[in-house]
Design a protein around this ligand. Structure first.
Ligand code: FDP
Length: 407
């Protein structure tokens, strides 16, 4: 396993047969190179005098650290040179940057996550998500997590690692510093069904809803009456806390509270990438009501509560809010699936000016199936939806309107 580098992994996972795969490979390599350069900075922040703050605040009113800005610049530059990337949006930019409106993908990122840990040499990271460019415009950034095709993060810690999800698989690479190459060190990561750690900022206890207080007390079990005690671990860098949860299981929670009524973490470049990674690895990712991937965003920098981790632990937490999973749904379809309804299928066929038979041939089903989808008596399955995605994306340059938006 040691000998497979990131390029080789991507060549096998995203074969040359499709130009979309080639674009995605290019994009991921560009991001990974920027993270290698950021990793080099993180090794010597004290020596390079880059562990302090700049005299300015970002769009969220938070103090910008020198390393925040350096990391953002590195991603911005790397992506501007990648022809597969149509635009970049990040925590450090008030507005997304558009390079080329017709390229296939958009990138969202938190260039340097956990910045309050820079000054004390604790783990920090870079988080990113890759979204399909469906609208040729900045509005492509404001999409639910179901539109993300890939996501990942770098964790700059004792080792520098790069965790990636494509095609529903989650893998980890470790940076070999001399050759400056990422090598595969964990393949097919699966979140354990239940874990022994809970991770939450307990300093916020007094601001929590009573039901969250109840969950917390039961989890830490101060009376020693329950047998479900867990250990507390909280680094305060999302990348580090989430990575431990991904590998060892358990729960990471940053709920909303009286101080942060919307939650603290950002939906587009913190919660959605981790939600895609956890869901792909068989774990769960919710706000306090629904799956993170199903949240329809209203603005790019919006915040959300984030509950991540082992299925059993996340559902146990949610049971304190909505007893016994009332109306709670989980959808394991995490790859490039748009929401295909009877109306959007019909819209797509009409825009392409195809008869039901011709359209059916393109999708690989019968004419009758198309009819049933369009009248709503049957729904496309997972691979049908992938075929519809591909038809939509392959012809998207000719599409004036997005059929998905009209459903
Ligand atoms: P930071 O403020 O240091 O940038 O996204 C912000 C974040 O770190 C996350 O990495 C981390 O999980 C969380 O905030 C920590 O917040 P608290 O200090 O409020 O616990």
């Amino acid at each position: 396993m040691q000998n497979i580098n990131l390029e080789q992994y991507l060549e096998a996972e995203l074969p040359d047969s499709s130009s979309e795969n080639l674009d995605l490979r290019d994009l991921i390599i560009s991001i990974s190179k920027a993270t290698i350069s950021i990793a080099k900075d993180t090794r010597i922040t004290g020596l390079k005098k880059i562990r302090g703050s700049l005299n300015k605040t970002n769009v969220q009113g938070e103090q910008v650290k020198v390393l925040d800005e350096l990391s953002n610049d590195k991603l911005l530059k790397a992506l501007s040179q990648c022809s597969a990337c149509s635009g970049f949006a990040s925590e450090e930019l008030e507005e997304p940057v558009l390079y080329n409106s017709t390229s296939r993908f958009m990138v969202v990122a938190d260039p340097l996550d956990g910045s309050s840990n820079i000054n004390v040499n604790m783990p920090i990271g870079t988080i990113f998500g890759v979204i399909r460019n469906t609208d040729y415009d900045k509005s492509s950034f404001i999409k639910s997590g179901r539109y993300y095709i890939s996501a990942g993060y770098s964790l700059y810690g004792p080792s520098d690692i790069f965790v990636l999800t494509v095609n529903n698989k989650v893998v980890e690479f470790t940076l070999e510093p001399e050759s400056e190459q990422y090598y595969l060190t964990r393949s097919d990561i699966k979140v354990p069904e239940e874990g022994t750690v809970y991770s939450i900022n307990e300093g916020n206890f007094k601001h929590w809803d009573n039901r969250i207080k109840k969950w917390n007390l039961s989890t830490k079990n101060p009376q020693g009456t329950s047998n479900k005690t867990k250990k507390l671990r909280y680094v305060g860098s999302l990348v580090a806390d989430a990575h431990r949860t991904l590998i060892e299981g358990g729960i990471f929670a940053y709920p909303s509270d009286k101080k942060n009524p919307e939650g603290k973490l950002r939906l587009m470049y913190e919660a959605n990438p981790f939600a895609l990674i956890f869901t792909s690895a068989g774990g769960s990712a919710f706000n306090l009501e629904k799956e993170i991937l199903d949240i329809e965003p209203e603005s790019f920098h919006q915040r959300t509560p984030l509950i991540l981790g082992s299925k059993l632990d996340v559902h146990d937490f949610l049971d304190y809010l909505t007893p016994k999973g009332k109306n709670r749904k989980e959808n394991s379809e995490v790859t490039n699936i748009f929401k295909w309804s009877s109306k959007s299928i019909n819209n797509l066929r009409n825009i392409l000016k195809l008869s039901r038979l011709k359209f059916a041939n393109k999708v690989g089903v019968t004419r009758g199936t198309i009819l049933r989808w369009e009248i709503g008596s049957r729904k496309p399955n997972y691979s049908n939806k992938k075929a519809l995605d591909n038809i939509y994306l392959a012809t998207r340059k000719d599409l004036i309107e997005n059929p998905l938006e009209k459903s």
